[in-house]
Design a protein. Structure first.
Length: 343
């Protein structure tokens, strides 16, 4: 199934700039203090470094090879990513927010509802896109997520699916078959992940460290099943359920080999920060996409901050198919759980 995110891969092929010394030391900042805001509990899967003795999945070589075969690694920024608005709920206008698909909503979005949405907020809606928007109150540790979110000319807001997340928690929902209704395990993403989970944030790049796992997507994602910390493979409302049965399942975690020489790789400062996060925390598969992609927050103020700092093609000259097939690995996944039955 082609879920949610569609990346427009671009840029011509460049020379491989990656380099690996014969025996560079493992690069680890696991003991470094967290200096930036970070959602979810300290022991959340999103905030837990990959242990040095982590088991590698038996299918790692084949599945990483399939992933790498889809092209270089890009970052979705201006398109196909998530605008994040940081608010004070008391100072933010409340909106009823109507459903595009009656009865299709997640945890916390029961009717009647009043969702705080700042004036001028815009969802990410490139042509044919699905309109993500994340609204975060850091003081209250709450996050409101929507997809297909848009405001009509009369001022009324609509959404195709919405859910609320408690940011003091793990950032992981119970699996769809452990809750009353499958929608209660779902989110704006097919995997059930909160929209802020795994995003590259401006303040992190400015600080020099990303202290959490990233989220990635790629064209070959398996969408008939999932592994922890995903909670579902719920299809989008209004979209045909054509599930893929091969590839990595949603929730799979990949890691850049800690022995890869980031300092000698030819990456920019920003690229090195991202690469070290991929070594320390890895990245979880959250969706299917049109290319191999990571995600950066993308509200207008964030896009302004990224200008001249982080580009969509930041990684693509180094993170080539050949480099990723050689230097990435798939962490042991455990049993693949089936997604909910198709309607």
């Amino acid at each position: 199934m082609s879920f949610l995110v569609r990346n427009l891969a671009f840029c011509g092929a460049l020379l491989v700039l990656s380099a690996c010394s014969p025996a560079p030391p493992e690069q680890s900042v696991a003991e470094a203090p967290v200096k930036t805001w970070r959602p979810f509990a300290a022991d959340s899967p999103w905030n837990t470094p990959i242990p040095a003795n982590a088991e590698i999945d038996a299918k790692s070589k084949a599945l990483i090879g399939d992933f790498a075969g889809n092209g270089s690694l890009y970052i979705n920024i201006a398109e196909w990513s998530v605008p994040v608005y940081y608010i004070d709920m008391d100072q933010t206008p409340k909106h009823e927010v109507l459903d595009l698909y009656p009865g299709q909503y997640g945890r916390g979005f029961e009717l009647p509802r009043e969702i705080p949405i700042p004036d001028g907020a815009q969802s990410a809606r490139p042509e044919g896109g699905l309109g993500y928007i994340a609204i975060v109150d850091k003081a209250r540790n709450l996050e409101w997520d929507m997809r297909q979110a848009h405001q009509r000319d009369d001022g009324r807001w609509f959404t195709g699916f919405g859910a609320i997340t408690n940011l003091r928690g793990s950032g992981v929902s119970p699996p769809w078959n452990d809750v009353e209704q499958p929608n209660l395990a779902a989110s704006a993403l097919a995997s059930g992940f909160p929209l802020t989970a795994g995003l590259i944030r401006v303040e992190e790049i400015n600080s020099g460290r990303i202290p959490h796992a990233l989220m990635f997507a790629y064209p070959g994602a398996r969408t008939d099943g999932f592994v922890f910390p995903a909670s579902t493979t719920l299809p989008l409302a209004g979209i045909a359920d054509e599930r893929e049965q091969t590839g990595m399942p949603l929730g799979a975690r990949i890691q850049l080999d800690p022995k890869f020489d980031v300092d000698g790789s030819g990456l920019s400062r920003e690229g090195k920060i991202i690469a070290r996060a991929l070594q320390e925390y890895g990245a979880y598969l959250g969706d299917s996409a049109g290319g191999n992609v990571l995600f950066a927050e993308s509200a207008p103020t964030q896009l302004e901050a990224w200008d001249g700092t982080l580009e969509s093609g930041e990684l693509q000259a180094v993170f080539t198919p050949e480099m990723m097939a050689k230097h990435f690995r798939l962490i042991e996944m455990g049993d693949v759980l089936p997604g909910p039955p198709a309607n």
